[in-house]
Write a protein that binds this ligand. Sequence first.
Ligand code: FES
Ligand SMILES: [Fe+2]
Length: 445
Amino acid sequence: MTQPIRFHSRRPRGNADGEARDVRSLVQPGRVHSSVFTDGDVFDQEIERIFHGTWLYIGHTSEVPRHGDYRTRRMGRQPVLMMRGGDGQVRVLMNRCRHRGAAVCEGDAGNTKHLRCWFHGWIYDATGKLVEVPGREAYCDDFDQDAMSLAAPPRVGEYRGFVFASLNPDVPNLETHLGHAKAMIDLMVDASPDGAICINAGVHKTVYRGNWKLVGMDGYHVHYVHASVIAAWNRDPDAGLAATHRGDPFDDESASRTRDLGNGHVMLDLTAHRLSHYEQFSDMLRKTPGGEEYLSRMRGKHGEERARLLVSLAGDPHVGIYPNLQLINNQIRIINPIAPDECEVIMFPVLFEGVSQEINALRIRQHESFYGPAGSGSPDDGEIFERAQCGMMAQVMPWLELSRGLNREEHGVDGVITGRISDEVTQRGQMRRWLELMSAEGEAR
Ligand code: FES
Ligand SMILES: [Fe+2]
């Protein structure tokens, strides 16, 4: 059975008088109150206004290629499944029987042409239609079986195989929500010569004892949290990920940038650095079976300049798409908040359609080397998130400083805000969106 979803917070709720906090007082220019990361009331509001209030990433269509394939996911506290029906369509359905509410789909993933509720045996097909009710004759004439399909979230949308849904019927359309992030998804998908990615290389999950907002998109921590990895890369600069990070993309004087793309979507833009290593990276590809063909197909399809960019980035826009999706290195990452101090992160290696097995194998090895269960990077991140969560429980002088680079931000005509790679542009962009959604004036309510 899928992991039970927890409905409680373990931290004191509200302020000292037991009243809910007004969240607008918790975010100020360049700083944020640590109760945003620790308070049970704030967390409950986040679930309602952000995770039940805006678009969430659910999964990728390539995860369910065949009729009856399904993946169970969650939207905040609500269980859903993504399933491919006999009509070939991928749907997002509420994982809740229309009889008396039991979850109808168990496990994280599988294939079945029919979902049979274990409580009283109602059976749904892979489109969600209720096809059988045991003892059907016991119901009155006005029992409308055709109207008893599994429900769907009020809004579902897809961009290039990325399936999103919203429990809030009043959200702007998906294209508006994604904004500049659409082009970042393109950078990942167009790195495949077929223009298609494939998510079927397994998954691993990490549960942090830390708040969901701590995960990812921080260009400042790398030299400190990952000091041992960087030292190893420097010892063997031609190995694995080191080849694409050679020369330190996280140096403050580098051409790397932080970007606030709007709507909470943020980016660690390593483009200039990766482009400067195109020759070394393409040499590595040429030594891999299928590499020459890959490079040639990319040039033929996209032209020299765009192909160079796409190959250099290797499908890594290094972007956070607010609130629960990150496209980082060779992975898609889903962020599931569980409690103020607990968060599940699910990571999916991204493979390219149209390349050799060896190139995709290289991608998985690179992914494992940093993010795998025995990887060199993810355990460091998990440790520091837990230390951050622990420290924030000290409530004397409770403000967190997010002002790094505030004095050197560049505001583009397209609304994008840019800073140096260690600047807290990304954190400020996420908190700006957080405040919009959490405030009464936000889109959700
Ligand atoms: S709750 Fe599903 S059949 Fe009764
Ligand atoms: Fe990290």
